[in-house]
Write a new protein. Structure first.
Length: 233
């Protein structure tokens, strides 16, 4: 029986740490630009992964999921602290701070696809190296695009719930904010545990595929065609 692919796990861990680092740094940077220095003073406006990594959520849990053959990855980083009372315009700036993380992942996905185009042109000169780089870049594109869509789901404590709260009337935004303390249970229950239980009853429900996988694939296909790589989409 073949053992785990340690190289593949190392690649996924590497690109995951980069994606999470940029995501969290973007939250802190946007908060700083909009008037709150909390994350900046704590050193969270940084591209140093050590500032953002949660040992269990960023490293141990994803690696264990890869080793056990789970068909999806789940994890988290240290949340960036934001004092919303320091923001210049609480409702607008809350939206910008929340959206900054997924926007950073979207930008990283686009950069990865542009680099795929560059490396693809170089493949004739050094095919072995090029193939390895292409594999890493395509994985990076998919991971970042999936993170962008996943985090924009309007489920507490994901960023999408904060974006939604910033545009809802205050009385409804308060109810949504109160759900955040149960956020991890809600996310795991709605997106993973419930579909698994339903599958045992013969009911196939795939919310992650519908809400994250399918739109991510559609956007990446469109970007691949835009840079002239439709054969890789």
């Amino acid at each position: 029986m073949p053992g785990p692919d340690l190289h593949a796990i190392a690649v996924w861990l590497f690109i995951s740490v980069i994606a999470i680092t940029f995501h969290e740094a973007a939250h802190g940077w946007m908060a700083f630009k909009r008037g709150d220095r909390t994350a900046y003073m704590l050193g969270r406006v940084s591209f140093n992964p050590a500032r953002h990594i949660d040992t269990v959520g960023t490293i141990l849990l994803p690696v264990m999921m890869q080793l056990s053959g789970v068909p999806f990855l789940f994890g988290w980083a240290k949340p960036v602290p934001v004092n919303y009372r320091n923001l210049k315009n609480i409702r607008l700036d809350s939206l910008l701070v929340a959206a900054a993380g997924p926007a950073a992942n979207l930008i990283l996905a686009i950069i990865a696809i542009v680099l795929v185009r560059v490396v693809y042109e170089w493949a004739n000169y050094n095919p072995d190296v090029a193939l390895g780089l292409l594999s890493i870049l395509i994985k990076a594109a998919y991971l970042n695009m999936n993170l962008a869509f996943f985090n924009m789901l309007p489920i507490p404590p994901l960023d999408g719930s904060k974006v939604l709260a910033s545009i809802l009337p205050p009385r409804y935004a308060i109810y949504l904010a109160r759900l955040e303390q149960h956020g991890l249970v809600i996310v795991l229950g709605c997106l993973m545990v419930l579909p698994w239980l339903l599958s045992m009853l013969g009911i196939q429900v795939n919310p992650l595929g519908w809400l994250v996988g399918a739109p991510s694939q559609a956007v990446i296909n469109g970007l691949m065609k835009l840079v002239g790589l439709s054969e890789l989409s």
